[in-house]
Design a binder for this molecule. Structure first.
Ligand SMILES: Cc1cc2nc3c(=O)[nH]c(=O)nc-3n(C[C@H](O)[C@H](O)[C@H](O)COP(=O)(O)OP(=O)(O)OC[C@H]3O[C@@H](n4cnc5c(N)ncnc54)[C@H](O)[C@@H]3O)c2cc1C
Length: 409
Protein backbone atom coordinates (compact mmCIF):
# COMPACT_ATOMS: atom_id res chain seq x y z
CA UNK A 1 0.00 0.00 0.00
CA UNK A 2 1.76 3.23 -1.09
CA UNK A 3 2.37 5.95 1.56
CA UNK A 4 4.71 8.88 1.05
CA UNK A 5 5.69 7.27 -2.26
CA UNK A 6 6.87 4.12 -0.43
CA UNK A 7 5.45 0.62 -0.45
CA UNK A 8 4.42 -0.80 2.90
CA UNK A 9 4.34 -4.53 3.48
CA UNK A 10 0.89 -5.66 4.56
CA UNK A 11 0.60 -9.08 6.21
CA UNK A 12 -3.18 -9.20 5.89
CA UNK A 13 -4.59 -11.45 3.19
CA UNK A 14 -7.03 -9.93 0.69
CA UNK A 15 -10.61 -11.24 0.61
CA UNK A 16 -9.76 -13.28 -2.49
CA UNK A 17 -6.64 -14.77 -0.88
CA UNK A 18 -8.55 -15.68 2.30
CA UNK A 19 -11.28 -17.30 0.21
CA UNK A 20 -8.68 -19.37 -1.69
CA UNK A 21 -7.01 -20.50 1.56
CA UNK A 22 -10.32 -21.48 3.17
CA UNK A 23 -11.62 -23.26 0.07
CA UNK A 24 -8.44 -25.30 -0.42
CA UNK A 25 -8.26 -26.05 3.31
CA UNK A 26 -11.79 -27.50 3.19
CA UNK A 27 -10.87 -29.56 0.11
CA UNK A 28 -7.82 -30.92 1.96
CA UNK A 29 -9.82 -31.84 5.07
CA UNK A 30 -12.89 -33.26 3.36
CA UNK A 31 -11.56 -34.82 0.18
CA UNK A 32 -7.80 -35.31 0.32
CA UNK A 33 -7.08 -36.45 3.87
CA UNK A 34 -9.57 -39.36 3.85
CA UNK A 35 -7.95 -41.00 0.79
CA UNK A 36 -4.26 -40.07 0.46
CA UNK A 37 -2.92 -42.91 2.68
CA UNK A 38 -4.81 -45.47 0.60
CA UNK A 39 -3.31 -44.25 -2.70
CA UNK A 40 0.14 -43.91 -1.14
CA UNK A 41 0.11 -47.54 0.00
CA UNK A 42 -0.61 -49.06 -3.41
CA UNK A 43 2.47 -51.08 -4.38
CA UNK A 44 2.29 -50.40 -8.13
CA UNK A 45 3.06 -46.73 -8.98
CA UNK A 46 0.55 -47.05 -11.82
CA UNK A 47 -2.24 -47.38 -9.22
CA UNK A 48 -1.20 -44.42 -7.03
CA UNK A 49 -2.69 -41.60 -9.08
CA UNK A 50 -5.87 -40.17 -7.45
CA UNK A 51 -7.95 -39.43 -10.55
CA UNK A 52 -11.10 -38.59 -8.56
CA UNK A 53 -9.18 -35.97 -6.55
CA UNK A 54 -7.81 -34.47 -9.76
CA UNK A 55 -11.31 -34.20 -11.22
CA UNK A 56 -12.61 -32.60 -8.01
CA UNK A 57 -9.70 -30.10 -7.99
CA UNK A 58 -10.36 -29.29 -11.66
CA UNK A 59 -14.08 -28.74 -10.96
CA UNK A 60 -13.10 -26.27 -8.22
CA UNK A 61 -11.02 -24.36 -10.79
CA UNK A 62 -7.71 -25.12 -9.08
CA UNK A 63 -5.96 -26.58 -12.13
CA UNK A 64 -6.98 -23.68 -14.38
CA UNK A 65 -6.74 -20.78 -11.94
CA UNK A 66 -3.78 -19.19 -13.81
CA UNK A 67 -5.45 -19.32 -17.25
CA UNK A 68 -6.91 -15.93 -18.30
CA UNK A 69 -10.68 -15.56 -18.08
CA UNK A 70 -11.01 -14.98 -21.84
CA UNK A 71 -9.96 -18.62 -22.28
CA UNK A 72 -12.31 -19.83 -19.54
CA UNK A 73 -9.77 -19.99 -16.70
CA UNK A 74 -9.80 -18.37 -13.27
CA UNK A 75 -7.71 -15.38 -14.32
CA UNK A 76 -5.72 -15.32 -11.07
CA UNK A 77 -2.55 -13.35 -11.75
CA UNK A 78 -1.54 -12.67 -8.16
CA UNK A 79 1.47 -14.77 -7.11
CA UNK A 80 0.56 -14.81 -3.39
CA UNK A 81 -2.87 -16.34 -4.14
CA UNK A 82 -1.23 -19.16 -6.08
CA UNK A 83 1.31 -19.73 -3.33
CA UNK A 84 -1.52 -19.96 -0.80
CA UNK A 85 -3.24 -22.66 -2.90
CA UNK A 86 0.03 -24.64 -3.19
CA UNK A 87 0.82 -24.33 0.52
CA UNK A 88 -2.61 -25.59 1.56
CA UNK A 89 -2.49 -28.50 -0.92
CA UNK A 90 0.96 -29.40 0.46
CA UNK A 91 -0.65 -29.68 3.89
CA UNK A 92 -2.86 -32.48 2.54
CA UNK A 93 -0.31 -34.44 0.50
CA UNK A 94 2.90 -33.32 -1.15
CA UNK A 95 2.60 -35.59 -4.18
CA UNK A 96 -0.91 -34.48 -5.10
CA UNK A 97 0.07 -30.87 -4.35
CA UNK A 98 2.86 -31.33 -6.92
CA UNK A 99 0.50 -32.50 -9.63
CA UNK A 100 -1.77 -29.45 -9.17
CA UNK A 101 1.19 -27.12 -8.63
CA UNK A 102 2.37 -28.09 -12.12
CA UNK A 103 -1.02 -27.12 -13.59
CA UNK A 104 -1.04 -23.79 -11.74
CA UNK A 105 2.61 -22.94 -12.44
CA UNK A 106 2.97 -24.21 -16.00
CA UNK A 107 -0.20 -22.53 -17.28
CA UNK A 108 1.15 -19.27 -15.79
CA UNK A 109 4.42 -20.09 -17.59
CA UNK A 110 2.49 -20.53 -20.86
CA UNK A 111 0.49 -17.37 -20.31
CA UNK A 112 3.74 -15.40 -19.91
CA UNK A 113 5.75 -16.94 -22.74
CA UNK A 114 3.44 -18.38 -25.39
CA UNK A 115 2.01 -16.55 -28.40
CA UNK A 116 -1.71 -15.81 -28.68
CA UNK A 117 -1.93 -18.55 -31.35
CA UNK A 118 -0.39 -21.09 -28.98
CA UNK A 119 -2.67 -20.03 -26.13
CA UNK A 120 -5.72 -20.18 -28.42
CA UNK A 121 -4.78 -23.72 -29.41
CA UNK A 122 -3.99 -25.14 -25.95
CA UNK A 123 -5.80 -23.19 -23.22
CA UNK A 124 -9.32 -24.18 -24.37
CA UNK A 125 -8.24 -27.85 -24.41
CA UNK A 126 -6.95 -27.56 -20.83
CA UNK A 127 -10.09 -25.80 -19.59
CA UNK A 128 -12.43 -28.31 -21.25
CA UNK A 129 -10.76 -31.42 -19.79
CA UNK A 130 -10.77 -32.07 -16.03
CA UNK A 131 -7.97 -34.64 -16.38
CA UNK A 132 -5.59 -32.42 -18.37
CA UNK A 133 -2.11 -32.65 -16.84
CA UNK A 134 1.04 -30.80 -17.91
CA UNK A 135 4.70 -31.78 -17.42
CA UNK A 136 8.00 -29.92 -17.72
CA UNK A 137 10.85 -32.15 -18.90
CA UNK A 138 14.47 -31.18 -18.26
CA UNK A 139 16.24 -33.99 -16.37
CA UNK A 140 17.94 -36.79 -18.32
CA UNK A 141 19.65 -40.00 -17.19
CA UNK A 142 23.06 -38.31 -17.63
CA UNK A 143 22.23 -34.72 -16.76
CA UNK A 144 20.51 -33.46 -13.64
CA UNK A 145 22.37 -30.73 -11.77
CA UNK A 146 24.49 -30.22 -14.91
CA UNK A 147 21.47 -28.68 -16.64
CA UNK A 148 21.96 -25.71 -14.35
CA UNK A 149 25.52 -25.65 -13.08
CA UNK A 150 27.19 -26.73 -16.36
CA UNK A 151 24.95 -24.75 -18.71
CA UNK A 152 27.84 -22.46 -19.67
CA UNK A 153 30.16 -25.30 -20.76
CA UNK A 154 30.25 -26.16 -24.51
CA UNK A 155 28.33 -29.39 -25.30
CA UNK A 156 27.71 -30.22 -21.60
CA UNK A 157 24.42 -30.92 -19.80
CA UNK A 158 21.23 -32.14 -21.53
CA UNK A 159 21.65 -33.97 -24.83
CA UNK A 160 18.07 -34.21 -26.09
CA UNK A 161 18.30 -32.48 -29.45
CA UNK A 162 15.86 -30.84 -31.86
CA UNK A 163 16.67 -30.17 -35.49
CA UNK A 164 14.54 -28.13 -37.86
CA UNK A 165 13.41 -29.82 -41.08
CA UNK A 166 10.96 -27.74 -43.07
CA UNK A 167 7.91 -26.95 -40.96
CA UNK A 168 8.84 -29.47 -38.26
CA UNK A 169 11.44 -30.18 -35.62
CA UNK A 170 12.78 -33.72 -35.29
CA UNK A 171 13.54 -34.53 -31.65
CA UNK A 172 15.73 -37.31 -30.25
CA UNK A 173 16.66 -38.04 -26.65
CA UNK A 174 15.43 -39.33 -23.29
CA UNK A 175 14.16 -37.76 -20.07
CA UNK A 176 13.52 -39.33 -16.68
CA UNK A 177 11.90 -38.55 -13.32
CA UNK A 178 9.49 -36.17 -15.06
CA UNK A 179 6.54 -35.31 -12.84
CA UNK A 180 3.08 -35.97 -14.37
CA UNK A 181 4.82 -37.39 -17.48
CA UNK A 182 2.96 -40.71 -17.51
CA UNK A 183 -0.41 -38.98 -17.89
CA UNK A 184 0.41 -35.48 -19.16
CA UNK A 185 -1.44 -34.40 -22.28
CA UNK A 186 1.12 -31.70 -22.91
CA UNK A 187 4.85 -31.58 -22.17
CA UNK A 188 7.02 -28.46 -22.04
CA UNK A 189 10.21 -30.05 -23.35
CA UNK A 190 13.62 -28.46 -22.76
CA UNK A 191 16.28 -29.51 -25.26
CA UNK A 192 19.26 -28.19 -27.19
CA UNK A 193 19.11 -27.00 -30.81
CA UNK A 194 22.90 -27.15 -31.25
CA UNK A 195 25.08 -30.07 -30.20
CA UNK A 196 28.26 -28.13 -29.44
CA UNK A 197 27.27 -24.80 -27.93
CA UNK A 198 26.89 -24.26 -24.17
CA UNK A 199 23.30 -25.08 -23.16
CA UNK A 200 22.58 -21.49 -22.16
CA UNK A 201 23.25 -20.46 -25.80
CA UNK A 202 21.12 -23.14 -27.46
CA UNK A 203 18.36 -24.11 -25.00
CA UNK A 204 14.96 -24.30 -26.67
CA UNK A 205 11.56 -25.25 -25.29
CA UNK A 206 8.82 -26.99 -27.27
CA UNK A 207 5.18 -27.60 -26.51
CA UNK A 208 4.83 -31.34 -27.13
CA UNK A 209 1.35 -32.90 -27.16
CA UNK A 210 1.10 -36.44 -25.82
CA UNK A 211 0.05 -37.93 -29.18
CA UNK A 212 3.17 -36.63 -30.96
CA UNK A 213 4.52 -39.30 -33.35
CA UNK A 214 7.81 -40.69 -31.99
CA UNK A 215 7.06 -39.83 -28.32
CA UNK A 216 6.95 -42.85 -26.00
CA UNK A 217 6.24 -43.02 -22.26
CA UNK A 218 8.71 -45.29 -20.46
CA UNK A 219 8.53 -46.80 -16.98
CA UNK A 220 6.86 -45.17 -13.99
CA UNK A 221 9.41 -44.57 -11.21
CA UNK A 222 8.49 -46.49 -8.04
CA UNK A 223 9.32 -43.77 -5.52
CA UNK A 224 9.95 -43.82 -1.75
CA UNK A 225 7.46 -41.02 -1.12
CA UNK A 226 5.38 -38.35 -2.87
CA UNK A 227 3.73 -41.35 -4.48
CA UNK A 228 0.59 -39.47 -5.52
CA UNK A 229 2.48 -37.63 -8.25
CA UNK A 230 3.34 -39.76 -11.23
CA UNK A 231 7.02 -39.67 -12.28
CA UNK A 232 8.02 -41.27 -15.57
CA UNK A 233 10.53 -41.63 -18.36
CA UNK A 234 10.00 -40.07 -21.79
CA UNK A 235 11.66 -41.20 -25.02
CA UNK A 236 11.85 -39.17 -28.21
CA UNK A 237 12.73 -41.26 -31.25
CA UNK A 238 12.61 -38.99 -34.31
CA UNK A 239 9.60 -37.34 -32.67
CA UNK A 240 8.04 -34.82 -35.04
CA UNK A 241 6.80 -31.54 -33.62
CA UNK A 242 5.33 -28.73 -35.77
CA UNK A 243 7.62 -25.68 -35.82
CA UNK A 244 4.73 -23.55 -34.51
CA UNK A 245 5.10 -25.37 -31.15
CA UNK A 246 8.54 -23.84 -30.54
CA UNK A 247 8.30 -21.35 -27.66
CA UNK A 248 9.69 -17.93 -28.66
CA UNK A 249 12.97 -18.01 -30.61
CA UNK A 250 15.16 -21.06 -31.18
CA UNK A 251 18.07 -21.22 -28.71
CA UNK A 252 16.86 -18.23 -26.67
CA UNK A 253 15.24 -20.03 -23.73
CA UNK A 254 17.91 -19.14 -21.17
CA UNK A 255 17.07 -15.49 -21.76
CA UNK A 256 13.28 -15.60 -21.81
CA UNK A 257 12.96 -18.09 -18.91
CA UNK A 258 13.97 -15.23 -16.60
CA UNK A 259 10.42 -13.93 -17.10
CA UNK A 260 8.99 -17.03 -15.41
CA UNK A 261 11.29 -16.97 -12.40
CA UNK A 262 8.07 -17.02 -10.30
CA UNK A 263 8.09 -20.79 -10.92
CA UNK A 264 10.71 -21.08 -8.17
CA UNK A 265 8.07 -20.23 -5.52
CA UNK A 266 5.64 -23.07 -6.00
CA UNK A 267 7.65 -26.10 -4.82
CA UNK A 268 8.77 -24.28 -1.64
CA UNK A 269 5.12 -23.39 -0.99
CA UNK A 270 4.05 -27.06 -1.13
CA UNK A 271 7.00 -28.02 1.07
CA UNK A 272 6.05 -25.45 3.72
CA UNK A 273 2.52 -26.91 3.76
CA UNK A 274 3.82 -30.44 4.28
CA UNK A 275 6.19 -29.32 7.03
CA UNK A 276 3.27 -27.62 8.80
CA UNK A 277 1.27 -30.86 8.54
CA UNK A 278 4.19 -32.84 10.01
CA UNK A 279 4.57 -30.36 12.84
CA UNK A 280 0.83 -30.55 13.67
CA UNK A 281 0.95 -34.36 13.68
CA UNK A 282 3.93 -34.35 16.05
CA UNK A 283 2.18 -31.95 18.45
CA UNK A 284 -1.04 -34.00 18.42
CA UNK A 285 0.82 -37.24 19.09
CA UNK A 286 3.06 -35.74 21.80
CA UNK A 287 -0.03 -34.47 23.65
CA UNK A 288 -1.65 -37.92 23.61
CA UNK A 289 1.30 -40.20 24.30
CA UNK A 290 1.98 -40.56 28.02
CA UNK A 291 5.35 -41.70 29.33
CA UNK A 292 7.03 -40.95 32.64
CA UNK A 293 3.56 -40.15 34.06
CA UNK A 294 2.78 -37.23 31.71
CA UNK A 295 2.22 -36.47 28.01
CA UNK A 296 5.61 -36.56 26.31
CA UNK A 297 5.12 -32.93 25.16
CA UNK A 298 5.66 -32.00 28.83
CA UNK A 299 9.14 -33.54 28.75
CA UNK A 300 11.46 -30.63 28.15
CA UNK A 301 13.60 -32.14 25.39
CA UNK A 302 10.51 -33.12 23.37
CA UNK A 303 8.97 -29.66 23.86
CA UNK A 304 12.22 -27.97 22.85
CA UNK A 305 12.50 -30.06 19.67
CA UNK A 306 8.91 -29.20 18.71
CA UNK A 307 9.49 -25.46 19.31
CA UNK A 308 12.70 -25.60 17.32
CA UNK A 309 10.87 -27.10 14.34
CA UNK A 310 8.02 -24.63 14.65
CA UNK A 311 10.20 -21.54 14.51
CA UNK A 312 12.27 -22.87 11.60
CA UNK A 313 9.13 -23.64 9.57
CA UNK A 314 7.63 -20.24 10.38
CA UNK A 315 10.89 -18.43 9.50
CA UNK A 316 11.03 -20.03 6.06
CA UNK A 317 7.30 -19.49 5.54
CA UNK A 318 7.74 -15.78 6.32
CA UNK A 319 10.66 -15.54 3.88
CA UNK A 320 8.59 -17.29 1.19
CA UNK A 321 5.75 -14.79 1.50
CA UNK A 322 8.08 -11.80 1.83
CA UNK A 323 9.91 -12.82 -1.34
CA UNK A 324 6.60 -13.30 -3.15
CA UNK A 325 5.47 -9.86 -2.02
CA UNK A 326 8.75 -8.29 -3.22
CA UNK A 327 8.43 -10.08 -6.58
CA UNK A 328 4.79 -9.05 -6.98
CA UNK A 329 5.54 -5.43 -6.18
CA UNK A 330 8.91 -5.38 -7.97
CA UNK A 331 10.30 -3.95 -4.75
CA UNK A 332 13.87 -4.71 -3.67
CA UNK A 333 13.53 -8.24 -5.03
CA UNK A 334 16.63 -10.40 -4.45
CA UNK A 335 16.34 -13.57 -6.63
CA UNK A 336 19.12 -15.39 -4.78
CA UNK A 337 16.96 -15.45 -1.61
CA UNK A 338 14.22 -17.26 -3.56
CA UNK A 339 16.75 -19.83 -4.79
CA UNK A 340 18.02 -20.29 -1.23
CA UNK A 341 14.52 -21.17 0.01
CA UNK A 342 14.93 -24.63 -1.52
CA UNK A 343 18.23 -25.69 0.14
CA UNK A 344 16.92 -24.36 3.45
CA UNK A 345 13.73 -26.38 3.01
CA UNK A 346 15.64 -29.50 1.95
CA UNK A 347 17.61 -29.41 5.19
CA UNK A 348 14.51 -28.79 7.23
CA UNK A 349 12.64 -31.66 5.55
CA UNK A 350 15.49 -34.02 6.46
CA UNK A 351 15.45 -32.78 10.04
CA UNK A 352 11.67 -32.97 10.27
CA UNK A 353 11.67 -36.60 9.07
CA UNK A 354 14.15 -37.33 11.86
CA UNK A 355 11.96 -35.53 14.45
CA UNK A 356 8.88 -37.47 13.36
CA UNK A 357 10.74 -40.71 13.85
CA UNK A 358 12.25 -39.62 17.15
CA UNK A 359 9.02 -38.35 18.72
CA UNK A 360 6.63 -41.02 17.42
CA UNK A 361 8.96 -43.76 18.61
CA UNK A 362 8.09 -47.22 17.24
CA UNK A 363 4.75 -46.20 15.64
CA UNK A 364 6.76 -43.79 13.47
CA UNK A 365 7.80 -46.74 11.30
CA UNK A 366 4.35 -48.35 11.19
CA UNK A 367 2.52 -47.86 7.88
CA UNK A 368 -0.76 -47.41 9.75
CA UNK A 369 0.51 -44.10 11.15
CA UNK A 370 0.71 -40.89 9.12
CA UNK A 371 4.22 -40.25 10.53
CA UNK A 372 5.61 -43.05 8.36
CA UNK A 373 4.12 -41.57 5.16
CA UNK A 374 5.13 -38.04 6.07
CA UNK A 375 8.73 -39.13 6.74
CA UNK A 376 8.94 -40.73 3.30
CA UNK A 377 7.35 -37.71 1.62
CA UNK A 378 9.73 -35.33 3.39
CA UNK A 379 12.80 -37.35 2.40
CA UNK A 380 11.61 -37.54 -1.21
CA UNK A 381 11.69 -33.74 -1.34
CA UNK A 382 15.44 -33.65 -0.66
CA UNK A 383 16.35 -33.73 -4.34
CA UNK A 384 15.95 -31.60 -7.42
CA UNK A 385 17.81 -28.35 -7.12
CA UNK A 386 19.61 -30.14 -4.33
CA UNK A 387 20.94 -28.49 -1.22
CA UNK A 388 24.48 -28.23 -2.62
CA UNK A 389 23.47 -26.99 -6.06
CA UNK A 390 20.96 -24.60 -4.49
CA UNK A 391 23.58 -23.14 -2.19
CA UNK A 392 25.97 -22.66 -5.14
CA UNK A 393 23.27 -20.99 -7.24
CA UNK A 394 22.25 -18.74 -4.37
CA UNK A 395 25.83 -17.57 -3.74
CA UNK A 396 26.27 -13.80 -4.06
CA UNK A 397 27.99 -13.61 -7.46
CA UNK A 398 26.83 -16.84 -9.10
CA UNK A 399 24.20 -15.17 -11.30
CA UNK A 400 26.70 -12.53 -12.39
CA UNK A 401 29.41 -15.07 -13.24
CA UNK A 402 27.24 -17.50 -15.18
CA UNK A 403 24.31 -15.42 -16.43
CA UNK A 404 22.20 -18.30 -15.09
CA UNK A 405 18.44 -17.87 -14.95
CA UNK A 406 16.35 -18.57 -11.93
CA UNK A 407 13.27 -20.40 -13.12
CA UNK A 408 14.43 -23.99 -12.79
CA UNK A 409 12.41 -26.16 -10.47
C1 LIG B 1 9.96 -36.66 -7.10
C2 LIG B 1 10.78 -36.06 -8.19
C3 LIG B 1 10.17 -35.18 -9.11
C4 LIG B 1 10.93 -34.63 -10.15
N1 LIG B 1 10.30 -33.85 -11.09
C5 LIG B 1 11.00 -33.41 -12.16
C6 LIG B 1 10.34 -32.73 -13.23
O1 LIG B 1 9.12 -32.52 -13.21
N2 LIG B 1 11.07 -32.30 -14.30
C7 LIG B 1 12.42 -32.51 -14.37
O2 LIG B 1 13.02 -32.11 -15.36
N3 LIG B 1 13.08 -33.17 -13.37
C8 LIG B 1 12.42 -33.63 -12.28
N4 LIG B 1 13.05 -34.33 -11.28
C9 LIG B 1 14.48 -34.52 -11.38
C10 LIG B 1 15.25 -33.51 -10.52
O3 LIG B 1 15.06 -32.22 -10.93
C11 LIG B 1 16.70 -33.96 -10.48
O4 LIG B 1 16.72 -34.93 -9.49
C12 LIG B 1 17.69 -32.85 -10.17
O5 LIG B 1 17.90 -32.01 -11.26
C13 LIG B 1 19.04 -33.41 -9.68
O6 LIG B 1 19.57 -34.24 -10.65
P1 LIG B 1 20.04 -35.73 -10.30
O7 LIG B 1 18.97 -36.40 -9.54
O8 LIG B 1 20.46 -36.31 -11.60
O9 LIG B 1 21.28 -35.56 -9.30
P2 LIG B 1 22.81 -35.27 -9.70
O10 LIG B 1 22.87 -34.10 -10.61
O11 LIG B 1 23.44 -36.54 -10.18
O12 LIG B 1 23.42 -34.85 -8.30
C14 LIG B 1 23.83 -35.80 -7.32
C15 LIG B 1 24.51 -35.04 -6.18
O13 LIG B 1 25.72 -34.42 -6.66
C16 LIG B 1 25.68 -33.03 -6.36
N5 LIG B 1 26.30 -32.26 -7.45
C17 LIG B 1 26.12 -32.46 -8.79
N6 LIG B 1 26.85 -31.55 -9.49
C18 LIG B 1 27.48 -30.76 -8.59
C19 LIG B 1 28.37 -29.65 -8.69
N7 LIG B 1 28.75 -29.17 -9.88
N8 LIG B 1 28.81 -29.09 -7.56
C20 LIG B 1 28.42 -29.57 -6.34
N9 LIG B 1 27.60 -30.63 -6.17
C21 LIG B 1 27.12 -31.22 -7.28
C22 LIG B 1 24.19 -32.68 -6.25
O14 LIG B 1 24.01 -31.52 -5.46
C23 LIG B 1 23.64 -33.93 -5.60
O15 LIG B 1 23.83 -33.85 -4.22
C24 LIG B 1 12.32 -34.90 -10.24
C25 LIG B 1 12.92 -35.76 -9.30
C26 LIG B 1 12.17 -36.35 -8.31
C27 LIG B 1 12.84 -37.28 -7.36
Amino acid sequence: MPRDGKLLMDYRETDEQRMIRETVRKFVENEMKPVVMEYDHKPDPGDCYPWELLKAAARMGLTTMSIPTEYGGGGVTDLVSRIIACEELGYGDNGFAGTIRHCIGLTAWMDTLCTEEQKKEFFPQIVADDTFLIAEAMTEPNSGTDNTLMSGVPGAAMQTHAERRGDEYIINGAKHFISNAGYAKLILLHCRTDRKLPLNECRSVFIVPRDTPGLRIGKFHNKLGRRLINSAELFFDDARVPARYLVREEGEASKYLKQVAFQAFFIPATMVGTLRAAHDEVVAYARLRVQGGKPIIRHQLVAAEISHMKVRIEAIRSLLYRQAWCWENQYEYDPSLTILLRPMLNELCGHMAYSLQEIFGAPGVDREFIAEKLSRDLLTMVHGPSTYAGLIRGAPDYQLETGAHTSEV
